[in-house]
Ligand binder design. Structure first.
Ligand code: NAD
Length: 496
């Protein structure tokens, strides 16, 4: 599409209707591989969040009274619609976010899995009870929805991340607002067209596009009871502090710097393939990307040589093109930030073993590409070792024992994921037991929990108590009510 052609202006979806935003500011949505302008996204003001919150609050009154078995019928319909539009949704993710089409398909599959899991709400939302807590007295716990809840999403999984929350929230009887990343708003436009077709009652789900002003309005709105945030740690901390100070229930998944440990007994071919996919898949823009590889003892030389070869030969290009193994990074700003961090690594004493800066990708000269990069001998105390790069850059470190390697993992302020590559069960058990991270991989490069497990970040990678997905989501989106009950025997005998 030539630059001069008009592009669509995206709408919000509030109270069951698509509507033009009253925003005075708009941002361009850019295809990161081609630099084409795809759309204009409104930066909705506070008044629009208010309208969505009012619509959701009013819909809540009848939605919470709709039996769970009926509420999940809309999710069954949504699942079918998402299956039917699977390719279109996946292509939209690639076009606005830059990842390869296969990566985008994997993302949409994960989104659908969350819808499927939330369809089990009639079982998952059940409470508990105990007869005769004292003679003739029974006690039971029921789960009730909270009211209006909202998600604030990052750019790197435009199709999946709102699904860590939204299906569970509405299946539990809450009503919902999604605020996608302003960098990648197109996939949620398509998802909301499908939600509209699924026929949910007006106001149960709402879409508000925007950036900081919309986020702040969500954090402060008195009708919004619960907030799920995914994004960088500084913003996660800000969202958590501001919203929880106002008595809201908040869960904030933040950034990461994920280590993988390679023991000398690891299967070298498998380890290289899997850790390269982890470090360079989605151009390193995954909160579960491997960004530090710690070799132990004799693993150093063969692993370093094998990784150098894989990194140098990875096919980089437009994610929609066949055979491409790694796509673009999200923006020109992101590319220059990554390149500066590579230089900082060198300035701090690391060797740039494979340098991915300033690549030329034939046919996509205006795209935002960084090729796979390997930094060798990164000092664990350096800024480079501590900073989330969020690009295709793997830092190599070396130690002599597994204890030293685990100590490096545990000294990190981050705790999203840690992985071990080995053929030793005893080493695997030790690592699983001692590693201070919430998602652990044993011979796995991206230890992403399936929809029916919580996405368990720790330390600076998470602020809150209950994580997204699975049973944690049910806990997060419901409040428990405990009833203690006694019936007089006298009343009973008089009636019958
Ligand atoms: P980001 O923090 O810049 O933005 C996330 C959301 O916050 C967006 O919707 C944005 O509009 C909003 N936002 C940004 N700055 C804000 C501010 N100052 N005040 C209020 N709202 C603001 O994150 P990003 O760049 O879109 O995403 C990448 C980050 O997300 C990485 O750090 C990555 O590790 C993290 N991430 C974490 C997980 C996880 O599960 N832990 C998953 C995916 C991404």
């Amino acid at each position: 599409m030539p630059q001069s052609q008009p592009v669509p202006t995206l709408q919000n979806y509030i109270n069951g209707e698509w509507c033009n935003s009253i925003a005075s500011e708009f941002l361009d949505v850019i295809n990161p591989a081609t630099a084409e302008r795809l759309a204009k996204v409104p930066l909705s003001p506070e008044a629009e969040v208010d309208r969505a919150a009012q619509a959701a609050a009013s819909a809540f009154q009848s939605w919470r009274r709709t039996p769970p078995t009926q509420r999940v019928q809309y999710l069954f319909r949504l699942k079918v619609l998402m299956d039917e539009h699977f390719e279109d949704l996946s292509r939209t993710v690639t076009i606005e976010c830059g990842k390869t089409l296969d990566e985008a398909r994997g993302e949409i599959r994960r989104a659908i899995e969350n819808v499927e899991t939330a369809c089990g709400i009639p079982m998952m939302m059940q409470g508990a009870n105990l007869e005769d807590i004292a003679s003739g007295i029974d006690e039971y716990m029921i789960r009730q929805p909270l009211g209006v809840a909202a998600a604030i999403a990052p750019f790197n999984f435009p199709g999946m991340i709102p699904f860590w929350f939204m299906p569970y929230a509405i299946a539990c009887g809450n009503t919902y607002i999604v605020k996608p990343s302003e960098k990648v708003p197109l996939t949620m436009q398509k998802v909301f067209q499908l939600l509209d077709q699924a026929g949910l009652p007006k106001g149960v789900i709402n879409l508000v596009n925007g950036s900081k002003a919309a986020v702040d309005a969500i954090l402060d709105h008195p009708l919004i009871r619960a907030i799920s945030f995914v994004g960088s740690s500084p913003v996660a901390k800000y969202v958590y502090s501001r919203a929880s100070a106002q008595g809201k229930r908040v869960q904030c998944q933040g950034g990461a710097k994920n280590p993988v440990i390679v023991l000398p007994d690891a299967d070298l071919e498998m380890t290289t393939r899997i850790t390269a996919d982890s470090a360079f898949g989605c151009a390193g823009q995954r909160c579960l990307a491997a960004s530090i590889a710690i070799t132990v003892g004799a693993a150093q030389q063969p692993y370093t040589e094998a990784m150098a070869e894989v990194a140098a030969n990875r096919v980089v290009g437009y994610g929609l093109d066949t055979g491409v193994q790694m796509g673009a990074v999200i923006s020109a700003q992101s590319r220059s930030r990554i390149e500066q961090l590579i230089q900082q690594g060198a300035d701090e004493g690391a060797k740039i073993l494979i340098d991915g800066r300033n690549p030329t990708v034939a046919g996509y000269e205006r795209g935002h590409f960084v090729r796979p990069t390997l930094l060798q001998n990164v000092d664990p105390r350096s800024q480079t070792a501590q900073t989330e790069i969020f690009g295709p850059v793997l830092s190599l470190m070396h130690v002599e024992t597994i204890d030293e390697a685990i100590a490096l993992v545990n000294n990190s302020p981050w705790g999203n994921m840690a992985c071990l590559f080995t053929t030793s069960g005893a080493a695997a058990r030790k690592f699983r037991y001692e590693a201070e991270a919430g998602n652990i991989g044993i011979n796995i490069g991206v230890a992403a929990p399936m929809a029916f497990f919580p996405f368990s970040g720790w330390k600076e990678s998470f602020y809150g108590d209950l994580h997204g997905q699975g049973q944690h989501a049910i806990e997060f989106f419901t409040q428990t009510k405990v009833v203690v009950e006694r019936w007089s025997q006298k009343d009973w005998s008089r009636q019958f």
